[in-house]
Write a protein that binds this ligand. Structure first.
Ligand code: 13P
Length: 251
């Protein structure tokens, strides 16, 4: 079966002074051998974090679709590999909102990441207005359809469902709503890539904490969590890793 994955997204947080938190989180990850744990950090911390993170993979939060060129301020997959990153997030809703990225951009970025041997966490998720209008399922299906890269399989690709209205708000969907979207996402993957869909992990993200992790992670088709605010310290992230480890232990 699919191993649980607990991924941290530090967003635009973290200076070198926080490398000690990376060390502590890596130790918590090492103490949970049945669970995969990684941290997606600001570009400026990746190389230093790789040096202290031991076996815990360190990733980025974005990558450019081109391999190199005249793209001021952007980072290529080759650059990420060069500083030791092993994965990247693409299509995060904050980039869709702030940088006007589309599902097609996410597709191109995921494709570029793969060219450079990076693992990918591909994000999808509806806005509050879309949910209120009863369109959440259709939005997620459409985002997956437009952004899923060729050759998608679980050895390099993970999907993350992050309802935008649940990010950083303390609000989460009901477990039934999470299960419903994850089932729809799983069916969409199956429709697009057949049996390979069975190996692709689908994470839930949006206000995951130590208090709600165990019930969310035990929900059908939830293969892990993508965690923002609660991934910054081991005090907050450790209990989420522990919850995943407990579920893995129970089998
Ligand atoms: P929060 O866990 O802070 O709600 O953020 C979720 C997220 O956007 C992770 O990518």
């Amino acid at each position: 079966m699919r191993r649980k994955l607990v991924a941290g997204n530090w967003k635009m947080h973290g200076l070198k002074a926080q490398l000690g938190d990376v060390v502590e989180i890596a130790a918590a990850a090492a103490a949970a051998p049945r669970v995969d744990v990684n941290l997606c950090l600001p570009f400026t911390l990746i190389e230093a974090a790789v040096a202290v993170a031991g076996a815990m993979p360190i990733g980025a939060q974005d990558v450019h679709e081109a391999d190199k060129g005249a793209h001021t301020g952007c980072i290529s997959g080759a650059m990420l590999r060069d500083c030791g990153a092993s994965l990247t997030i693409v299509g995060h809703s904050e980039r869709r909102a702030d940088q006007h990225e589309t599902s097609h951009d996410a597709w191109a970025k995921a494709t570029a990441a793969r060219r450079h041997g990076l693992q990918v966490i591909l994000c999808c998720g509806e806005t509050e207005a879309e949910r209120d209008a009863g369109r959440a399922e259709r939005i997620v299906q459409s985002q997956i359809e437009k952004s899923l890269p060729e050759g998608a399989s679980g050895d390099w690709l993970t999907l993350a469902y992050e309802p935008r209205w649940a990010i950083g708000t303390g609000k989460t969907p009901t477990l039934d709503d999470i299960a419903a979207i994850h089932a729809i996402a799983r069916a969409k993957l199956r429709h697009m890539v057949g049996d390979a869909a069975d190996g692709i992990r689908i994470l839930y993200g949006g206000s995951v904490t130590g208090a709600n992790a165990e019930t969310i992670l035990a929900t059908e088709n939830v293969d892990g969590a993508l965690v923002g605010g609660a991934s910054l310290t081991v005090e907050k992230f450790g209990p989420i890793i522990a919850a995943a480890a407990e579920i893995a232990r129970r089998g």
